[in-house]
Design a protein around this ligand. Structure first.
Ligand SMILES: *Cc1c(COP(=O)(O)O)cnc(C)c1O
Length: 361
């Protein structure tokens, strides 16, 4: 969180552009004519700060938010005040005092027949019903829906939702199957608004449009159309200052396991971030920093608190100069590709030791 303390010379800085996040939400909203676009801010806003992100989106007109867990919902309600819907994808714990008509004013997602029974017993109304159409994770299957569909009126449901498994692969046959299954579920619940597309789903077409889209990753600059140019704006930049520069002769090894050896007289820069800060150890020998516009490769393994970079090709670099590890020049998707993972994991892994600075919307 932002503090008034000055940025220490050795400190990593994570700059989060709330204006870019709002611009991404507006862009997605313009692509979803059938209904509003929610902000998914689970996992602390994909690592970037649920409260500041949600406040900026709410100010821009976003009226629906989703988190994964009840505790996240309580914190978000506190941050947003009353007004916007806060949907809890994982549902409520038993006997939770968070119902839409009392408590914290959270909106539970009912993921099973047991959840429906519990909401009924608690007299809780205004929930979202989750039907599964191909994830086999949470939600009622078709048979379970059939058994209860005629008997839901007293619950005053707000939406019926489902979640896409393969939206980032537009040609995957499951996308069409899920659209058909969701259409069937909706036909069994006449008049109830639906919520369907995640980020990638917003780019699939009309059959995946609904009364409420639920994008997360695209708000944060992750490409919702993998393999095609990224239509979203980059929203974050992580930089770290060089602590030390060392001149090493050819043949010198660097770091744990001595996995990297200088092939030429080299300059090695040490910076204060490591896997404890979410710079994944899988980036050992693969990660890239950007220094004065020059790509500088990692030299050796990622340590817990430090990494070393081969800055031989950036001869003007000095201690205190800042290296971009993740940002517009080295996007979360690009870092993820080097680490063998997805941009979501890069963002949600970002550590707690960075000084965070929010650019206002
Ligand atoms: C995480 C999540 C989303 C958002 O998905 P993105 O791929 O980040 O857009 C939407 N709906 C559900 C149920 C989710 O779990």
């Amino acid at each position: 969180m932002d503090t008034l303390r000055p940025l220490a010379a050795f400190e990593g800085e994570l700059v989060i552009d709330l204006g870019a996040i709002v611009a991404n939400w507006r862009d997605l909203s313009a692509r979803h004519a059938s209904g509003p676009v929610a902000g998914v801010v689970k996992a602390d806003g994909y690592g970037l700060g649920a409260a500041p992100v949600a406040r900026a989106l709410a100010e821009a007109g976003c009226r629906h938010f989703f988190v994964a867990q009840f505790a996240e919902g309580l914190a978000l309600r506190e941050a947003l005040g009353h007004g916007p819907m806060v949907g809890v994808l994982g549902g409520f714990p038993p006997n939770a005092d968070g119902g839409a008509d009392g408590g914290a004013g959270l909106t539970p997602v009912l993921n099973s027949p047991e959840d429906i029974a519990e909401a009924r017993a608690a007299g809780r109304t205004g929930a979202i019903l989750h039907v599964d159409t191909g994830m086999e994770r949470l939600g009622l299957n078709a048979a379970q829906l059939g058994a209860v569909a005629g008997d839901l009126a007293a619950l005053g449901l707000r939406y019926v939702m489902t979640h896409l498994a393969c939206a980032d692969e537009p040609a995957h046959p499951l996308n069409v199957v899920q659209a058909a299954r969701f259409a069937a579920a909706r036909a069994a619940l006449p008049g109830l608004p639906g919520s369907f597309a995640n980020s990638a789903g917003l780019f699939l077409g009309e059959a995946w449009a609904s009364d409420l889209a639920r994008p997360g990753c695209a708000l944060y600059g992750i490409n919702p159309t993998p393999g095609r140019p990224n239509p979203m704006r980059q929203v974050m930049r992580l930089t770290l200052p060089i602590l030390q520069v060392r001149q090493v002769p050819a043949g010198t090894s660097v770091g744990y396991g001595a996995t990297w050896t200088a092939a030429r007289p080299s300059r090695i820069a040490t910076i204060a971030a490591g896997y404890a800060d979410g710079y994944l150890r899988a980036l050992s020998g693969k990660g890239i920093g950007v220094l004065h516009g020059v790509a500088v490769p990692l030299a050796g393994r990622v340590s817990m608190d430090l990494i070393t970079l081969d800055i031989t090709d950036a001869p003007e670099a000095r201690p205190g100069d800042r290296v971009e590890l993740v940002g517009p020049a080295q996007t979360p998707d690009q870092v993820a590709a080097l680490a063998g993972t997805i941009g979501y994991e890069i963002l949600t892994s970002l550590g707690a030791r960075y000084r965070r600075r929010y650019l206002p919307a």
